[in-house]
Design a protein around this ligand. Structure first.
Ligand SMILES: O=C(O)c1ccccc1NCC(=O)[C@H](O)[C@H](O)COP(=O)(O)O
Length: 202
């Protein structure tokens, strides 16, 4: 059994939140960036209240005004922030909350990119184009060497069929999935969620 953490990202429906929690997800992701999975703060507040205690609730932002992020933090219970754009370390830490930072595996050397975020609790390795959104469902080239100091959150195109291999290759701190457990953007498939978590830990 692996003790890898599992993050299910892009949750918008209460039934999906509850199934992910019951199936043993460690981290749930709520998107406030421009996305088909974007939540309004009031909707997110209702969802995050349903899973208090134990589970980490992450708010995902991408190149947004600090005032907008702060207003969401004032309205929604969030335990961790995820920044998905070109936000510098100083901006990410300015909210006084723990954060993780996504870097694009298409943007350059991951070790160098990650070194610019000394305050990040983790680095999300994702497949998006630099400057583009996430949730692509695409894997990056897993043969690329990855030397990152912070705990690695592996993302990008993971699904129940490839997650066990990904865990074996990278020994990540966490695996992060969105479209690989969906029927359509924002509509999670409960069987895929359960199978993903089972296969990640096997
Ligand atoms: O998912 C989105 O729509 C999105 C939009 C803007 C910024 C980030 C976004 N998603 C990030 C993620 O959900 C995670 O990185 C994800 O686990 C990777 O996505 P996927 O390849 O679909 O599993």
């Amino acid at each position: 059994m692996s003790n890898v953490k599992v993050k299910i990202c892009g949750l918008v429906r209460e039934q999906d939140v509850m199934v992910a929690a019951e199936a043993g997800a460690d981290v749930l992701g709520f998107i406030f960036a421009r996305s088909p999975r974007r939540l309004e703060p009031a909707q997110a507040a209702r969802l995050t209240e349903r899973v208090r205690g134990g589970i980490i609730r992450v708010g995902l932002f991408m190149d947004q005004d600090a005032d907008e992020v702060q207003a969401i933090l004032d309205a929604v219970e969030l335990d961790l922030l995820q920044f998905h754009g070109s936000e510098p370390n100083a901006y990410c830490r300015s909210f006084g909350r723990p954060f993780i930072k996504a870097i694009s595996m298409r943007a350059g050397d991951p070790g160098e990119l990650a070194a610019a975020y000394p305050d990040a609790q983790g680095i999300v390795l994702d497949s998006h184009e630099p400057g583009g959104a996430g949730g692509t469902g695409q894997t990056f080239d897993w043969r690329r060497p990855v030397r990152v100091e912070q705990p690695v959150w592996l993302a990008g195109g993971l699904n129940p069929d490839n997650v066990a291999e990904a865990v074996q290759r990278f020994s990540p701190y966490a695996v992060d999935v969105s479209s690989g457990v969906e029927d359509s953007p924002g509509v999670k498939n409960h069987t895929l969620i359960r199978t993903f978590i089972d296969h990640a830990r096997r």
